[in-house]
Design a protein around this ligand. Structure first.
Ligand code: 5AD
Ligand code: SF4
Length: 423
């Protein structure tokens, strides 16, 4: 999400005559795009800001904070961080050029109005991806699910979907630039809705219009993932076989307190539906431990569910209270830090085992791999991903380019990657 937003910001600034520099010493304006989802993310931003202080003093650069942290803290950020000159929320990027002018003239500027309809749909983002293979396309903004722990609805505003015509135009541009893969992104892509076009219809239109392009999407919401979406995935080979379906917890008690809008049983039924429609689909998830009132029994339910689903991959977090959320106002963050860490480590250990099983199942299979570049470890090896989003490393005598497609048979694996040979 943040990469996509930074690309929009770059495009807006390009049009106003600014150019991007790779050396911080030569920057007149330093912008940092931020996330607020966990406290750690904000701590890292504050760390970066202290690095920018030197730049500000020695080279008279101005420093701006963009995105969710800007939206959450507004003028407080200017008061708390003396380095900051500009605070711009996620719906105000069009105003950046004039705000930068104001900041350059010595004023502190804060602009954090949220909008009901801004989608930046007419802006063709500048692409950052250095290997030129894969690009993000934002199809909607905001979220109104109000999961009780989550700050996103407060800092990204109401949900709004982008006109499909402008999405198609953007993908045409991406294709013309030589990219081979797109990821349609939104906080909850399953609730995409523009006039008569729901997410399944959008997928259908995109898959049909760009048969040579690999199509991914993220993030799905278990309560909204429809059979129509699964049927559409099954129908088109160019829609990748991977669904990221955050579960958060395996306990109904927790899911209710989190306001997730589904039960454990409903979630498992959706997983069954995925397996039925798309038997070779990889499933990944987000899991959060240590939310308010989580008992050992609740935690065990999460571990059981993880085994039952057999996730290919998981992002795992411990609950971090965010001020302004429903939970911060109405619930007690009452699981001791030490216990949160213990539960998180249990979840991580289990996922390592489950991930191993998921990789073992791939031994001997052959996958179409989209080459992203050389592998990190060796100049003679390449890396890419299969449709299931699994990283595969393989040697090649023939020189390959990013964007090439090769068939690779999996022979072994490490903790993070599958390893094989071209056949
Ligand atoms: N604390 C910890 N993790 C969180 N997430 C969202 N809010 C919080 C929070 N307050 C996690 C959820 C979500 C992912 C993007 O971040 O698991 O799916
Ligand atoms: Fe946050 Fe829930 Fe929206 Fe995801 S669906 S962004 S967790 S409120």
């Amino acid at each position: 999400m943040n990469v996509a937003d930074s690309e929009i910001v770059s495009s807006i600034l390009d049009q106003s005559g600014y150019t991007k520099t790779d050396s911080i010493e030569s920057a007149d304006v330093i912008l940092i795009n931020t996330c607020s989802i966990r406290e750690n993310a904000e701590i890292r931003v504050r760390g970066r800001l202290s690095v920018f202080k030197k730049q500000k003093n020695e080279h008279k650069a101005i420093v701006g904070v963009l995105g969710c942290m800007a939206e959450r803290l507004k003028d407080d950020l200017i008061k708390q961080e003396k380095t900051v000159d500009l605070v711009i929320g996620p719906d105000s990027y069009r105003l950046l050029p004039q705000m930068i002018e104001e900041a350059l003239s010595g004023r502190k500027v804060v602009q954090t109005m949220l909008s009901d309809d801004e989608t930046y749909e007419d802006i063709i983002p500048v692409r950052y991806d250095s290997n030129g293979v894969s690009a993000f396309v934002s199809i909607m903004r905001g979220c109104q699910n109000f999961c009780s722990y989550c700050i996103v609805p407060y800092v990204r505003g109401v949900e709004r979907s982008r006109n499909p015509q402008t999405i198609l135009k953007e993908i045409e541009d991406i294709q013309a630039k030589g990219y081979k893969e797109i990821t349609l992104i939104g906080q909850n892509v399953d609730s995409y809705n523009f006039s008569e076009t729901n997410f399944a219809k959008l997928l259908n239109i995109v898959a049909l219009a760009f048969p040579q392009m690999r199509i991914r999407f993220s993030t799905n919401h278990p309560k909204d993932l429809s059979n129509e979406v699964l049927e559409t995935m099954a129908k088109y080979a160019n829609i990748c076989r991977h669904i990221h379906l955050p579960v958060q917890s395996g306990s109904n008690h927790m899911l209710q307190l989190m306001n997730r809008g589904y039960t454990r049983e409903y979630y498992l039924e959706r997983v069954d539906a995925i397996r039925k429609y798309i038997p070779d689909c990889a499933i990944s998830t987000d899991i959060m431990v240590g939310f308010c009132d989580e008992t050992e029994e609740d935690h065990q339910q999460t571990l059981l569910l993880m085994k039952e689903v057999g996730y290919d991959f998981a992002f795992m977090f411990k609950y971090s209270e965010r001020s302004g959320t429903y939970a911060s106002k109405n619930m007690k963050d009452n699981i001791p830090e030490k216990e949160k860490i213990r539960r998180l480590n249990e979840v991580i250990d289990l996922q390592n085992k489950i991930g191993r099983i998921s990789k073992e199942k791939e031994l001997g299979k052959t996958f179409e791999v989209l080459v992203e570049g050389k592998s990190k470890k060796s100049d003679k090896e390449y890396m890419g991903r299969n449709s299931q989003n699994k990283v595969i490393v393989f040697p090649s005598d023939k020189a390959l380019k990013s964007g090439d497609i090769v068939n690779v048979q999996v022979e072994r694996f490490t903790s993070a990657t599958l390893i094989g040979n071209i056949i």
